[in-house]
Design a protein around this ligand. Structure first.
Ligand code: ADP
Ligand code: MG
Ligand code: MG
Length: 245
């Protein structure tokens, strides 16, 4: 069952940069979808469309089979279900402390104070940031901020969670813990989309893999099918260790 979909999606930035060209991509419920692409491929631009931050130049974004509405109320509802952890953690952290940053989203969901506190605690534990809860967010390291920004989205408990290059800038141990967290979320039935430059990570983690290059999805399918096509891999500007002879 397709839960989120890009249909003939095109997007040009105001300066004329053509960032997405006829992107067609389906995300199925419960799926682990990895989007692989080198810098500038269009991954972040695509994600900005998935919860209506960007409005396509042409084409459609569908959630549960329906074109999304860009009216304010509809977007608020959509964003409860489709959570995005942005590439740059500073873009979603702005409170005086980690606790306040992580509770910001759930406080707007109409939950009781106890429920909010419960969610924040769980999200901090899941991202190994409990010990940071009273710290001012702006004083944290990049990797810590990254984990706090993830906690903020987890605390919203969205159905689909989109991670834009989540492990970039994380140390290996936290990156490993993070991948285990993704397994846990997946077991709980969440749909997970992540972007990465890391071919090994994408291959070993995903159920489905899409490769983007210069605004296009140039291949999608089972990781085993997509990554054995050397021409695709070469076109995408990706370095694939086991294909280098
Ligand atoms: P990725 O996330 O895969 O690295 P992006 O979606 O950030 O790719 O970028 C896709 C294309 O859009 C690139 O050519 C990039 O230079 C361009 N781009 C990104 N952000 C902007 C912007 N704010 N204004 C103009 N062009 C942009
Ligand atoms: Mg990039
Ligand atoms: Mg990006």
């Amino acid at each position: 069952e397709t839960i989120l979909e890009a249909v003939d999606l095109e997007y040009s930035y105001p300066d004329g940069t053509n960032a997405l060209r006829k992107v067609n991509l389906q995300v199925r419920k419960g799926e682990k979808l990895a989007i692989l692409g080198s810098n500038g491929a269009g991954k972040s631009t695509l994600f900005m469309h998935f919860n209506g931050i960007y409005c396509p130049s042409s084409g459609t974004v569908k959630f549960q089979g329906q074109g999304i509405s860009y009216k304010k109320k509809a977007l608020i509802e959509l964003r409860k279900k489709v959570g995005i952890v942005f590439q740059d953690p500073d873009s979603q952290l702005f409170s005086a402390s980690v606790w306040q940053d992580v509770s910001f989203g759930p406080l707007n969901l109409g939950l009781s104070d106890e429920e909010v506190a419960e969610r924040v605690k769980q999200a901090l534990a899941d991202t190994e940031t409990s010990d940071l809860e009273d710290k001012p967010t702006h004083l944290l390291s990049y990797g810590q901020k990254k984990r706090v920004s993830i906690a903020g989205v987890l605390a919203m408990e969205p159905e689909i969670i989109i991670f834009d290059e989540p492990t970039a800038g994380m140390d290996p141990r936290h990156a490993h813990e993070f991948m285990q967290l993704l397994d846990k979320l997946s077991c709980e039935g969440k749909t997970i989309v992540l972007s990465t430059h890391d071919v090994d990570l994408a291959y070993s983690w995903s159920d489905k893999l899409a490769i983007m290059y210069r605004g296009e999805v140039i291949a999608q399918g089972l990781p085993d099918e997509v990554l054995v096509q050397p021409d695709i891999v070469e076109r995408a500007d990706l370095t694939i260790p086991w294909l280098i002879e």
